[in-house]
Write a protein that binds this ligand. Structure first.
Ligand code: MN3
Length: 234
């Protein structure tokens, strides 16, 4: 998180910045806060997720791809009412916006979520999230199998998601390009809990055409703390 957001949370006391996951709450969930006025930080070093996701891919993905979505999104909403919305409100009526806002706004938000969904530290889902996954998919293994299959088979560029529906039930879905489940154009809508980028730029340097291997290794670096916190605060 950015220093200024952190200071807003703790007032003026100058204490060491806490671990990202310790301060994850409603005020800094990406879709609920104001659109970032500066390009948001990556919450770890480029090589933090080696060997599952290599440093060069992370660096290019963050500094080139994510940065370009952010820059183009800011240009697309400049001096429009959209600039004052949270992305959640913007995405709820994204069908009324130009494609530049939909594609770049999605790219800005989806990558923020994706970075937060990854961690170098091994984590486990909370008891509450685990119970909800077992209720919706029978078991954690069945959930991972369904999510992996969707991610591996997704045709073209896009994303795989674990989503909490409005009825509280969890489901797996996929979206094209930079669309996401918060958008009114999404076939299956809800609150995204876990995101996986399956655009070729997310894995091609290391895995080339072997997307299934990238998807299998993704499970080694999932930040279940953040996914659990998103589930609990949705
Ligand atoms: Mn990407």
């Amino acid at each position: 998180m950015k220093r200024r957001n952190f200071l807003a949370l703790v007032g003026t006391s100058l204490v060491a910045a806490p671990v990202w996951s310790n301060v994850y709450n409603n005020s800094n969930i990406p879709e609920n806060k104001a659109i970032d006025s500066v390009f948001p930080d990556l919450p770890y070093a480029y090589d933090a997720l080696e060997p599952s996701i290599d440093a060069k891919t992370m660096e290019i993905h963050y500094t080139k791809h994510h940065k370009a979505y952010y820059t183009n999104f800011m240009a697309a909403i400049k001096d429009t009412p959209a600039a004052n919305l949270t992305v959640k409100s913007l995405f709820a009526e994204i069908s009324k916006q130009p494609m530049a806002v939909r594609n770049n706004g999605g790219g800005y938000y989806n990558h923020q979520l994706f970075w937060e969904n990854l961690s170098a530290t091994k984590t486990e889902p909370s008891a509450e999230l685990k119970a909800a996954i077992e209720k919706s998919f029978t078991s954690m293994e069945k959930f991972k199998e369904e999510f992996s299959t969707v991610a591996k088979k997704h045709f073209g560029s896009g994303w795989a998601w674990l989503v909490a529906g409005e009825d509280g039930k969890l489901f797996v879905s996929e979206t094209l390009n930079q669309d996401n489940p918060l958008m009114d154009v999404a076939e299956k809508k809800g609150t995204p809990l876990l995101a996986l980028d399956v655009w070729e730029h997310a894995y091609y340097l290391k895995y080339q055409n072997r997307r299934p291997e990238y998807v299998d290794n993704f499970w080694n670096v999932v930040n279940w703390d953040t996914v659990s916190k998103r589930f609990q605060s949705k």
